[in-house]
Ligand binder design. Structure first.
Ligand code: PMP
Length: 460
C-alpha cells in the first residue's frame, strides 16, 4: 500500500472529501479531522501521527486474538490462491464453510448443530428474524410473529437490526421500523432498580416485563424474545443472576423462542465459548460475528437449534433468503484458524480463571474509588465504568454524557482507547491481555479520570 506517500493532513482531507463514516456527525468530523490508524501489533494500535494506543475495545469488540497474527494472513492467502470465492447457493458448497460448521457445532451449546452464514452481525439478525417467523409459519402459526426486545438493545444497523434494537435515535431515523417488534425494560439495576430493591428482585422484575408483554398481546402472537446476554453497545449492562433463568422460564411457559445475540459475547469474551454457556441459557438461535474471525475478515454465523432446524428440514420448502457472501471461503478459512488459535493458546480458560477475575479486581480496587465513578462492573472481558457528578445520589453530569466523552478523549490522548456510551465508559479488551496489560490500562484510565476531574472543576 502506498499511503506512506501521503501526509496525515492529506489523508484527512481526502477522507473528509469522499468518505462517509458510520455513526458519525460529519460536521464534527470535518472540524476535528479523523484519527487515521495505520497499523497494529498485539494489543496496540498506531495512528498516522505516530501514537501508540492500547486498544481497550479490541477494535470494535472483535479482535479477540490481537493484531498482527501472521497465521490468519497465511490462511487467507492460501485460500485466496486455492479458491477465492464460490457461492453456497444452488446446492453448491465449498470446503471451508463445511469444516467451519462442523467446528462451530462442536463448540456451541449441545442443542445447536446448524449455522447460517453472513458477513455481519446485522445480516445475521436479519436472517434470525426471517427464520423465526418462517419457523412459526411452517408450524402452522403464521400469526405468531411478534418479537420482544429491550430498550437500549443493539442488534445492528440494517433496518431489521435497528428495528430489533432499542436505540431511540436509530428508530427516529428509520422512517418506519419493521412491524411487530416491541421493546420492554432492560435489566439495568444501576439506574432502574428501586431504592431498597435487591439485585435478585430487580432481575425478576425486569424479566417479568417480557411476560407482561406476552400476556398483553397473547402468547399465540409472540414468536420470540431477543436479547444480548450482556447489553454491549447499550453500556455493558450486566443483568442480575436471576434475570436469564426467569427469561428462560417465561419463554418455555409460553412457547416463545429465545433468540440470543452473542455478536459481542461470543467466542470467549465471557470466559466460555458463548455466554449461553456462562449463564446456563438454552436458546433457539444464537447470532455471532466479530470474534468469529477476530475481525480479520467479515463473517457472521447464526446458530439454529435442533428444534428449529428439524422443522425446516422436515417440512421442506425454500427459504427465500441468502447473501452472495454466505459461507465465504476465505472468511471461513480465517475463522477456522482463529478458533484454532483461541483453543491452542487457552485464551478462554485464561479469561475465565485468571485475567477476567484480575480485571474485575483491578476495576474495583483502582477505579471504583475515584470521585467521578459511581460503579464499576465486569463479566469476563467486558467492563463498564459509570461516570457521575455525585457518587451518593448517582446524579450524572449532563444529559448527553459529556463527562464520559471528556474522559475518553483524555484516555486516547494518554494512549488508551476506550469508548463512551452516554455516561458510561466501556471496556472490551482483546483476550490476549495479561495482568500487566490490565495494570497498564488502569494506570491510563486513572490518569484520564484525574485530568477530566480537573477540567470539570475548572469549568465549574
Ligand atoms: N448485535 C450486537 C450485539 C452488536 O454489538 C453488533 C455490533 N456492535 C451487531 C449486532 C451488529 O453487527 P455488525 O456491525 O457486524 O452488523
Amino acid at each position: 500500500m502506498t499511503y506512506q506517500n501521503y501526509t496525515l493532513e492529506q489523508l484527512q482531507q481526502i477522507d473528509a472529501a469522499h468518505h462517509l463514516h458510520p455513526f458519525t456527525d460529519h460536521k464534527d468530523l470535518r472540524d476535528a479531522g479523523s484519527r487515521v490508524i495505520t497499523h497494529a501489533k498485539g494489543p496496540f494500535i498506531y495512528d498516522a501521527a505516530g501514537n501508540e494506543i492500547l486498544d481497550g475495545m479490541a477494535g470494535l469488540w472483535c479482535v479477540a486474538i490481537g493484531y498482527g497474527r501472521d497465521e490468519l494472513a497465511d490462511a487467507a492467502y492460501a485460500q485466496m490462491k486455492e479458491l477465492p470465492y464460490y457461492n453456497s447457493f444452488f446446492r453448491c458448497s465449498t470446503p471451508t464453510p463445511i469444516l467451519l460448521s462442523q467446528k462451530l457445532a462442536e463448540i456451541a451449546p449441545s442443542n445447536m448443530n446448524q449455522v447460517f452464514y453472513g458477513s455481519s452481525g446485522s445480516e445475521a439478525n436479519d436472517t434470525a428474524l426471517r427464520l423465526v417467523r418462517w419457523y412459526w409459519a411452517l408450524e402452522g402459526k403464521p400469526r405468531k410473529n411478534r418479537v420482544i426486545s429491550r430498550h437500549m438493545a443493539y442488534h445492528g444497523s440494517t433496518i431489521t437490526g435497528a428495528s430489533l434494537g432499542g436505540m431511540q435515535g436509530m428508530h427516529d431515523q428509520l422512517g418506519g421500523a419493521v412491524p411487530n417488534i416491541a421493546h420492554v425494560m432492560m435489566p439495568y439495576a444501576y439506574e432502574l432498580a428501586q431504592p431498597g430493591e435487591s439485585d435478585h428482585d430487580f432481575g425478576l422484575r425486569a424479566a417479568r416485563a417480557v411476560e407482561d408483554e406476552i400476556l398483553r398481546v397473547g402468547a399465540d402472537n409472540v414468536a420470540a424474545f431477543i436479547g444480548e446476554p450482556i447489553q454491549g453497545a447499550g453500556g455493558v449492562k450486566i443483568p442480575p443472576a436471576s434475570y436469564w433463568p426467569e427469561i428462560q422460564r417465561i419463554c418455555r411457559q409460553y412457547d416463545v423462542l429465545l433468540m440470543l445475540d452473542e455478536v459481542i459475547t461470543g467466542y470467549g469474551r465471557t470466559g466460555d465459548w458463548f455466554a449461553a454457556q456462562s449463564m446456563g441459557i438454552e436458546a433457539d438461535t444464537i447470532t455471532t460475528a466479530k470474534a468469529l474471525t477476530s475481525g480479520y475478515q467479515p463473517l457472521s454465523a447464526l446458530f439454529v437449534s435442533d428444534r428449529v432446524a428439524a422443522t425446516i428440514v422436515e417440512k421442506g420448502g425454500e427459504f427465500y433468503h441468502g447473501y452472495t457472501y454466505s459461507g465465504h471461503p476465505v472468511a471461513c478459512a480465517v475463522a477456522l484458524k482463529n478458533i484454532e488459535i483461541i483453543e491452542r493458546e487457552g485464551m478462554i480458560e485464561r479469561v475465565r480463571d485468571e485475567t477476567g477475575p484480575y480485571l474485575a479486581k483491578a476495576l474495583k480496587e483502582r477505579i471504583e474509588g475515584h470521585d467521578l465513578v459511581g460503579e464499576v462492573r465486569s463479566f469476563g472481558f467486558l467492563g463498564a465504568i459509570e461516570i457521575v457528578r455525585d457518587k451518593a445520589t448517582r446524579q450524572r453530569f449532563q444529559p448527553g454524557g459529556s463527562a464520559a466523552v471528556l474522559i475518553r478523549d483524555h484516555a486516547i490522548a494518554n494512549g488508551m482507547m476506550l469508548r463512551a456510551t452516554g455516561d458510561t465508559m466501556i471496556l472490551s479488551p482483546p483476550l490476549i491481555w495479561t495482568k500487566e496489560t490490565i495494570d497498564m490500562a488502569c494506570d491510563r484510565i486513572v490518569k484520564a479520570l484525574d485530568l477530566a476531574k480537573e477540567d470539570l472543576r475548572n469549568a465549574g
